[in-house]
Design a protein around this ligand. Structure first.
Ligand code: Y12
Ligand code: CO
Length: 171
């Protein structure tokens, strides 16, 4: 089932999501719906709060070298914790909850991630490049933060003006 994606400035995006405790059929069905929603929307990452569920769950599907998003590359991540972040990198980010806006954001270059999979099993991965950036972007959603909050004052002002104008034109 495709779920509606909440967009800025919806206040739900500011909620700090709660730990996942039940790794049951309901969670599995929800993760499947998140995947369908993300792929249909041309996304590479989605946090549960973006579809109005305030739990610490996110999914990522980074395209391979040919640009294909295969289900083999799907990561389902519950209760993530970042360890040993290293370096810094700038990357132009976009978000399904802030449609039509892309801006450079600074992130850690590499990190280790501890998390649980859909069965509640403890997992660990080492991430760099786009995966490391996407993990940080999605974990920020779990904290109720959007990438636009990392912009400088002037860039944020420019964003608010452009975004409001785009919203008006959509109506
Ligand atoms: C690097 C930067 C950000 C992330 C987080 C995941 N972000 C996305 O998946 C963004 C997807 C996105 C898709 C859009 O739709 C189309 O391109 C058709 C889009 O378009 C519009 O808003 C018009 C914007 C964002 C991971 C890694
Ligand atoms: Co996002």
């Amino acid at each position: 089932m495709i779920l509606p994606v909440i967009t800025y400035p919806n206040k739900q995006l500011k909620i700090r999501s709660k730990e996942v405790v039940n790794f049951d059929e309901l969670l599995h069905r929800f993760l499947d719906d998140m995947y369908e929603t993300m792929i249909t929307s041309n996304g590479i990452g989605l946090a549960a709060i973006q579809v109005a569920n305030p739990i610490r769950a996110l999914i990522l599907c980074i395209p391979d070298d040919e640009g294909n998003q295969t289900q083999e590359n799907l990561l389902e991540i519950m209760n993530p914790v970042i360890h040993a972040p290293q370096g810094n990198v700038l990357y132009q980010e976009g978000c399904l909850s802030v449609p039509g806006f892309y801006e450079d954001v600074e992130r850690y270059e590499k990190l280790t991630l501890h998390y649980q999979n859909r069965h509640g099993e403890a997992c660990m991965l080492e991430a760099d490049e786009l995966l490391a950036i996407a993990i940080q972007h999605e974990i920020d959603h779990l904290e109720g933060k959007l990438f636009i909050e990392k912009l400088t004052y002037n860039r944020r002002k420019k964003f608010e003006k452009e975004y409001k104008k785009a919203l008006k034109e959509k109506k």
